[in-house]
Design a protein around this ligand. Structure first.
Ligand code: XIL
Length: 373
C-alpha cells in the first residue's frame, strides 16, 4: 500500500499533459444553454487553475477506487488539491460496532492525500444516512448525546491538524418532513431534538479548535418553491446558529446539478450573499451534473452537461467568500449517479469532468473556462 502511494507521487503530474477535448458539438435541448464547443482556458491541471483564483479544487473518492485503479489515483493527484472521503469517514465505515472504530481506510486516504499534496475535507459527522446497522437498536434518547459526542471527539481528535475542515452536520433540512423549522426528522433529531446540531459543532470545535466547521446540504441551487423553501429554512438554521455563538464557519453547497433544469441561479446567488453576510465562508462540496434526462447522443449530452457546469460556475465563482470547489468523483468510471440516477436507456452516465478512460471531457473544459472567467 505504501509503495502504491509512492509510485503515485512519481507519476502524479502525468495527467497534466492530457490535451483537452475539442468536439464539434451540436446544440442541445431547450432547457440548457448549450452553444457549441466549450474550449478550455488552459490545459494546466484544474488545481493550478483554481489556485489562480485562490481556490482549492477538490474531489470525493474512497480508498477502494484509489488503491485499485492507478490511472484514477494519478488523475486525482494531478488535477486536485483537496480530497473528501466519499464514504470512508461515514459512521457506517468508521463504526463496525458500538464500542469500536475502524480507521484503516480513512487513515489510508489521509496518507494518500498528504503524500500527493492534497488537503483533506472530512465527511461527515452527523447524518441520517449510512448509519451502521446497530444504530437503530443501540442508540436511544438517553445515550445519543454521548454517542455523538464520543464519535466526534474520537474522529476529529484523531485527525486534528490533518483533516483541515469537516462537514459536521449533513442534510439536516427537509421541509417535506412537516416540521415548522424545516428540520429533517433524522435518527439524531428523533433522539435529541434540534439540539443535536449545536452539540455536534461544539464537540468538533473542542476536538480540533483549528478545523473549519461546515454545514453541508443539497437542493438549494435552483429557482422554484421546493428550492426556495429549503433555502429559507436553511438560512433560518444558519442565522440561529450564528446568533447562538455556535462554532460554524462555512456553508457547503453540495451542487448535485441537473442537466435538464433551466440553469438560472439568481435566487441562489442572492441566498449565498445572505449567508456570507452572516460571516460564513462558502464551499462547493459535491458538484456533478445528472444527465439521465439528456439525449443519448454522447456529444450532445456532454455539451449539455458542460453548459450546466459553466452556467453554475459562472454564477458561483464570483462569490468573494468561496473557498473551494469540489466534484463528487473525477471520472465517470466512479460516479455515484451510475447507481443513484441511472439512465432509462441503460447507457452509462457522464456527469463528471473526465470520461471512463480518464480523458478530459467538455465538462472539464467548462470548469477551466469558468475558472478563467
Ligand atoms: C454517496 C456516495 O457517493 C455513494 O457511494 C453512497 O452509496 C451514498 O452516498 N450527498 C452526500 C454524500 O452528502 O455523502 C453522498 O454520497 C451523495 C449525496
Amino acid at each position: 500500500m505504501a509503495s502504491r502511494r509512492n509510485v503515485l507521487k512519481a507519476g502524479a503530474r502525468s495527467a497534466a499533459s492530457m490535451v483537452p477535448l475539442m468536439l464539434g458539438l451540436p446544440a442541445c435541448g431547450q432547457t440548457v444553454a448549450c452553444e457549441g464547443p466549450v474550449e478550455a482556458a488552459s490545459d494546466r491541471p484544474l488545481r493550478a487553475q483554481a489556485e489562480d483564483r485562490g481556490l482549492l479544487f477538490g474531489v470525493a473518492a474512497d480508498r477502494g477506487a484509489l488503491e485499485g485503479d492507478l490511472s484514477y489515483a494519478q488523475s486525482i493527484a494531478a488535477e486536485c488539491s483537496l480530497l473528501t472521503p466519499e464514504n470512508d469517514m461515514k459512521w457506517q465505515a468508521l463504526r463496525p460496532k458500538p464500542d469500536s472504530f475502524a480507521f484503516d481506510d480513512a487513515d489510508w486516504l489521509v496518507t494518500f492525500a498528504e503524500e500527493n499534496g492534497l488537503r483533506v475535507h472530512g465527511h461527515t459527522l452527523a447524518w441520517h444516512y449510512q448509519l451502521p446497522d446497530w444504530f437503530e437498536t443501540t442508540v436511544d434518547s438517553a445515550n445519543a448525546s454521548s454517542f455523538l459526542r464520543d464519535h466526534i471527539e474520537t474522529v476529529v481528535g484523531r485527525y486534528a491538524g490533518r483533516v483541515r475542515s469537516w462537514d459536521v452536520v449533513n442534510e439536516a433540512i427537509e421541509p417535506q418532513d412537516g416540521r415548522d423549522d424545516g428540520l429533517r426528522r433524522t435518527p439524531w433529531l428523533q433522539r435529541l431534538g434540534p439540539d443535536y446540531i449545536d452539540l455536534a459543532y461544539h464537540a468538533a470545535a473542542e476536538a480540533d479548535p483549528d478545523a473549519v466547521l461546515v454545514y453541508n446540504d443539497y437542493d438549494i441551487e435552483y429557482e422554484g418553491g421546493y428550492f426556495e423553501d429549503r433555502r429559507r429554512h436553511l438560512l433560518d438554521l444558519l442565522t440561529g446558529m450564528v446568533e447562538r455563538g455556535v462554532p460554524i464557519h462555512a456553508l457547503g453547497v453540495q451542487s448535485h446539478l441537473r442537466g435538464h433544469h433551466q440553469p438560472e441561479f439568481d435566487s441562489f446567488i442572492a441566498f449565498l450573499a445572505e449567508v456570507a453576510d452572516l460571516g460564513l465562508d462558502l464551499m462547493v462540496t459535491e458538484l456533478d451534473v445528472r444527465d439521465h434526462e439528456l439525449a443519448a447522443d454522447v456529444a450532445e449530452r456532454d455539451c449539455g452537461v458542460a453548459a450546466t457546469y459553466q452556467a453554475y460556475l459562472d454564477a458561483v465563482l464570483d462569490q468573494p467568500r468561496l473557498r473551494s470547489l469540489a466534484v463528487w468523483g473525477l471520472s465517470d468510471r466512479y460516479s455515484w449517479l451510475s447507481e443513484f440516477e441511472p439512465r432509462d436507456d441503460g447507457l452509462p452516465v457522464r456527469p463528471l469532468p473526465l470520461d471512463r478512460e480518464m480523458k478530459r471531457k467538455p465538462a472539464w473544459n467548462a470548469i477551466s473556462k469558468a475558472l478563467a472567467g
